[in-house]
Design a protein around this ligand. Structure first.
Ligand code: NAD
Ligand code: UDX
Length: 466
């Protein structure tokens, strides 16, 4: 029976995942630890609406469990030492240096965690990989733990997380499945798997808790993300063909999605997928395939990324082309900066790359996003390193509401599918814009007929002129 859990990493996965486990398992004491003092302070903020991650419903769950059996702390050694089960939920970004640069997953944070656990642990531990990892990482973790530890027994499990941001609470509360990989051929391995099954069984039906060997579990996570991203790239590839031929990608998506073998989900054409996972995990998959000499497999998956990069660029180029081949000193309003609605996360958001293209054409950009902070938007653009900071400060402004962002603009670009966009007073927005007033809907969310009636020139991704 697990009494104490420690989770290393208080990010987008560690925070919400542990909050739900704490809510559902009041008898288990859970401590989420992180090196980042500021993040921990935010999780502990007396005003629960200030927790560092915006997820619908999350603050209520934190309010219920925090201080009862859910704790956030920076004393990592203590939490490791006291726990029976340790989740590793640290970031595994794409490597930015050395061998595998730009493709392989950087496992340095994982290795640091493993070494810290080995150094600190004085009693047997179950170590759970929650981060997304290359297949066979469990072997490396086991080697480190067994060779540097204090002679305690470590069982390694793989328990990848499938939550999507913006719906984390409902995904965690009602998951399609929970996947647990372990060493089923040893008695201790079996017991470790069962211990984690018992945690989830507090609220997840048993038939949705899937147990596999370690390698299947690790690889299933990369595979799931690759398949999901591939669907988006597939429909986005068709969007370009639709625009040229007069077809409508939403109609095509509906028509194919009604085939039960294809299914209707994840077929919404867009300005491209973003988020911290899809690109990173596919690049990692491509790298793994190449490292085994499987070049055709690698090339196949790499196309998903190539198409996605193309989609972001082509959206920006279409704006330039439509605005009479120049956007120099023209104001373009961005509605949305987050990589999808209902999150404040901007990692790999397509908005960043569309902005980069337009800034390099000397456009002026004003951004409005309901949840993303101004400082984050500047950080995102400056991190690209492709545009001088002075130029960014001169040309990019962050507005405090949509009306201000759109005032005196030549065009509006929809980069995130926030629901509030449809409720705006579009007549008021139109009245304050240069004419012709263009809207480029990169998410296919606005009411075309209404906008056209007002007088907007409206373009939706994937909609061809008839
Ligand atoms: P994140 O960057 O939001 O959080 C990671 C946290 O780990 C950071 O706060 C960082 O300070 C902390 N950290 C790093 N090294 C540490 C160490 N040695 N000791 C203590 N703390 C340390 O990342 P995330 O989005 O939560 O992703 C975590 C993992 O989960 C990644 O492998 C990711 O691929 C995977 N994942 C993410 C999502 C998602 O939607 N974000 C979904 C499924 C899986
Ligand atoms: C994804 C996976 O869905 C999740 O299972 C995994 O654990 C982490 O990675 P996330 O990146 O949070 O989750 O969001 P997701 O809903 O998958 O969207 C990813 C990107 O694809 C977003 O930019 C989204 O706007 C885009 N997308 C998604 C589309 O453009 N069209 C779609 O039909 C679906």
């Amino acid at each position: 029976m697990i009494k104490k859990i420690c989770c290393i990493g208080a990010g987008y996965v560690g925070g919400p995942t542990m909050s739900i486990i704490a809510q559902k398992c009041p008898e288990i004491e859970i401590t989420v630890v992180d090196l980042n003092q500021k993040r921990i302070d935010q999780w502990n903020d007396a005003d629960v609406s200030n927790i560092p991650i915006y997820e619908p419903g999350l603050s209520n769950v934190v309010a219920e469990a925090r201080g009862r059996n859910l704790f956030f702390d920076t004393d990592i050694d203590k939490a490791i030492d006291e726990a029976d089960m340790i989740f590793i939920s640290v970031n595994t970004p794409t490597k930015t240096y050395g061998k595998g640069k730009g493709m392989a997953a950087d496992l340095k944070y994982i290795e640091l965690c493993a070494r810290q656990i080995a150094r600190v642990a004085t009693s047997d531990k179950i170590v759970v990989e929650k981060s997304t990892l290359p297949v066979r990482t469990a072997q490396a973790i086991k080697n480190i733990l067994d060779h540097t530890g204090n002679d305690v027994n470590f069982e390694i499990l793989s328990n990848p997380e499938f939550l999507a941001e913006g719906t984390a609470v409902s995904d965690l509360t009602n998951p399609d499945r929970v996947l647990i990989g372990g060493q089923q051929e040893t008695e201790k391995g079996k017991q470790a798997v069962q211990a984690l099954v018992d945690v989830y069984a507090h609220w997840v039906p048993k038939d949705k808790i899937l147990t596999t060997n370690l390698w299947s579990s690790e690889l299933s996570k990369l595979t799931a993300n690759a398949f999901l991203a591939q669907r988006v790239s597939s429909i986005n590839a068709m969007s370009e063909l639709c625009e040229i031929t007069g077809a409508d990608v939403d109609e095509v998506a509906k028509a194919i999605g009604m085939d039960s073998r294809i299914g209707p989900k994840f077929l919404k054409s867009s300005v491209g997928f973003g988020g911290s996972c899809f690109q990173k995990d596919i690049l990692n998959l491509v790298y793994i395939a190449k490292s085994y000499g499987l070049n055709e497999v690698a090339d196949y998956w790499e196309q998903v990324i190539i198409l996605n990069d193309h989609q972001k660029r082509r959206f920006a180029h279409n704006i330039v082309k439509t605005l009479y081949n120049t956007v120099s000193d023209k104001k373009i309003a961005f509605l949305g900066w987050a990589f999808k609605k209902d999150t404040n996360d901007t990692r790999e958001s397509p908005a960043i790359y569309v902005a980069e293209e337009l800034l390099s054409e000397q456009a002026k950009i004003s951004v409005w996003d309901p949840k993303v902070k101004e400082s984050q938007i500047y950080t995102d653009i400056n991190a690209l390193g492709s545009i001088e900071t002075d130029e960014v400060n001169n040309r990019l402004k962050v507005s405090s509401n949509a009306y201000e962002a759109c005032k005196d603009s030549h065009a509006i670009a929809i980069l995130t599918e926030w629901e509030e966009f449809n409720g705006y007073d579009w007549q008021r927005i139109y009245d304050n814009m240069h004419k012709p007033a263009f809207v480029f809907d990169g998410r296919g969310v606005l009411n075309k007929n209404k906008l056209q009636e007002i007088g907007f020139v409206y373009y939706r991704i994937g909609e061809g002129g008839v």
